[in-house]
Design a protein around this ligand. Structure first.
Ligand SMILES: Cc1cc2nc3c(=O)[nH]c(=O)nc-3n(C[C@H](O)[C@H](O)[C@H](O)COP(=O)(O)OP(=O)(O)OC[C@H]3O[C@@H](n4cnc5c(N)ncnc54)[C@H](O)[C@@H]3O)c2cc1C
Length: 298
């Protein structure tokens, strides 16, 4: 049986004091849904576990003016039931709807989803397309990192071993949506995901958009080339949209060729899937539940 030391941090100060003292000899545990797998699979050994799930000051969703703040310890179930996010960040709200199952959502936190930095993480494409700013705390204070610079690679983020994610901040973006493809509607990791935040004129021509894609490369990432190419595209026109989606976005993504598990899809298939998901997310973000998306989804 493995033995771990355990520290129960009740405040941010207590947590950053332990992190400053132990650095990479300790690991934060929020909801524990990924942490328990790391322990089970022998990836975490001889460590002190720092339980942060009771730090109330890091939990909650706030709207001040047009700025939304989501605390790192906010659970996916809180995101799923948040009227603020439903209205001001439907992409993030949508990501919570199909995240695991109710039991997992009741423990899993948004900070843990980003801290784990798995390319399949469902909140990552949305935080990228919202252009969220991540506040990271350490013993000396806090610093801000744009979400576009936060994810460094599988399991690696800009948050150092003596630091902790405190919150995510972004501007209200009512015209945003997330589309996930999984084997089932619940309890299925994303085989590919795409989140879009968009502004269109009254004819449906794209003024600007931001796209975050998941499981389309070693880490979730912005699709900058597709974002640029989307400006001026008529969202009502399949031809114009598909031209952009099927050609340009291919330059933004690099899905691994071989399926990771026997029942997972290949890179080639994912290359077909990402444009479809992004096209649907763009239309859903701009027009809401448009008939075209419904027909395509049927
Ligand atoms: C059965 C099952 C189904 C799942 N389904 C999905 C799914 O559908 N979609 C999906 O995206 N994920 C899924 N996951 C993965 C997992 O639930 C999520 O990644 C979850 O958001 C992790 O949050 P947590 O609070 O449990 O993190 P923890 O397990 O507590 O921590 C995860 C990692 O993040 C670090 N960490 C935690 N909090 C912070 C912080 N504040 N600052 C810095 N680092 C931190 C930890 O040290 C650890 O390395 C699933 C997992 C299981 C077991």
């Amino acid at each position: 049986m493995k033995e771990f030391k355990f520290v129960n941090a009740k405040t941010v100060q207590e947590a950053v004091d332990v992190l400053a003292e132990l650095g990479d000899k300790c690991k934060l545990v929020a909801g524990g849904t990924d942490a328990m797998l790391m322990i089970r699979d022998g990836k975490w050994n001889d460590l002190t576990l720092v339980n942060i799930r009771d730090i109330e000051e890091l939990r909650g969703i706030k709207l001040e003016g047009d700025t939304v703040t989501v605390g790192a310890l906010t659970r996916l179930s809180d995101i799923e039931s948040s009227d603020i996010l439903k209205e001001h960040a439907p992409c993030l709200w949508g990501a919570a709807q199909f995240f695991a199952d109710p039991t997992n959502r009741h423990s899993a936190t948004i900070g843990g989803n980003v801290g784990r930095c798995n390319t399949v993480g469902d909140t990552l494409p949305s935080l990228l397309c919202l252009d969220a700013v991540v506040t990271i705390v350490n013993k000396d204070g806090e610093r801000e990192v744009p979400m576009s610079e936060m994810l460094l690679g599988p399991g690696r983020t800009a948050c150092g071993p003596n630091e902790m994610i405190a919150k995510f901040t972004f501007k209200s973006q009512p015209h945003s949506a997330y589309m996930k493809y999984g084997r089932r509607r619940s309890m299925a990791l994303s085989m590919a995901g795409s989140a879009v935040s968009i502004e269109v004129d009254d004819k449906g021509i794209v003024k600007w958009c931001r796209i975050g894609v998941g499981n389309a490369g070693p880490k979730a990432a912005r699709a900058y080339k597709a974002e640029e190419a989307m400006v001026g595209v008529d969202l009502n026109s399949d031809k114009a949209l598909e031209e952009t989606m099927y050609k340009v976005i291919q330059e933004d993504i690099s899905p691994r060729k071989k399926p990771r598990l026997s029942n997972w899809i290949s890179g080639e298939y994912r290359r077909e899937l990402i444009p479809v998901l992004t096209k649907r997310a763009a239309r859903k973000a701009a027009f809401g539940e448009c008939m075209l998306c419904k027909q395509e989804e049927a």
